[in-house]
Ligand binder design. Structure first.
Ligand SMILES: O=c1ccn([C@H]2C[C@H](O)[C@@H](COP(=O)(O)OP(=O)(O)OP(=O)(O)O)O2)c(=O)[nH]1
Ligand SMILES: [Mg+2]
Length: 152
């Protein structure tokens, strides 16, 4: 892994005593983030899980909130807006939106790892409006135009 990028993090009152998001292994892409609350998510329900953290991500970066595959596979717990987007200018509490696609209620205890955070560079675009676009071999073909699973 390359050099690390500093991200300012502030514990909110409900975040005192919790582990900060951390990489479980030296090569991990995501930092596991823990819940600041104890809550149960009913089958089919969604919940914005508090983390007790507020961030100041450097300009030019975002943080993506991604599901943990173990929770998805074993319990049907995922992030419906994955990857969640944490903007560099957001100063509110980081929340992890979870949905329970499983058949059983999913119990979360304070301190449980509920998702992972990936710091990623972001480039903002500016529009250059034109009357004509250049031609390409693909053209307007899409949505399976090059072939799909029916050929397998
Ligand atoms: O999983 C998430 C997604 C978003 N946010 C926070 C940080 C983000 O910067 C802000 C706005 O997110 P987004 O742009 O995805 O939501 P929106 O529905 O477009 O709301 P807004 O109008 O506030 O941008 O909400 C979270 O805490 N967790
Ligand atoms: Mg938005």
């Amino acid at each position: 892994m390359g050099d690390k990028v500093g991200v300012r993090v502030k514990r909110l009152p409900n975040g005192v005593g919790l582990d900060l998001p951390h990489y479980a292994t030296s090569g991990a892409a995501g930092m596991d983030v823990v819940s600041a609350e104890t809550v149960s998510i009913a089958p089919g329900a969604r919940h914005a899980v508090a983390t007790g953290l507020a961030l100041a991500i450097p300009h030019g970066y975002e943080i993506q909130v991604r599901p943990r595959s173990g929770l998805a596979l074993k319990h049907g717990i995922t992030v419906p807006n994955t990857p969640g987007t944490i903007d560099s200018d957001y100063r509110g509490e980081l929340k992890v939106i979870l949905i329970n696609h499983g058949a059983e209620p999913f119990a979360i205890a304070r301190g449980d790892r509920v998702a992972q955070l990936v710091l990623a560079p972001v480039t903002q675009a500016e529009w250059n409006e034109v009357d004509e676009l250049d031609e390409t071999a693909r053209g307007a073909g899409g949505f399976g135009s090059t072939g799909g699973h029916e050929k397998l």
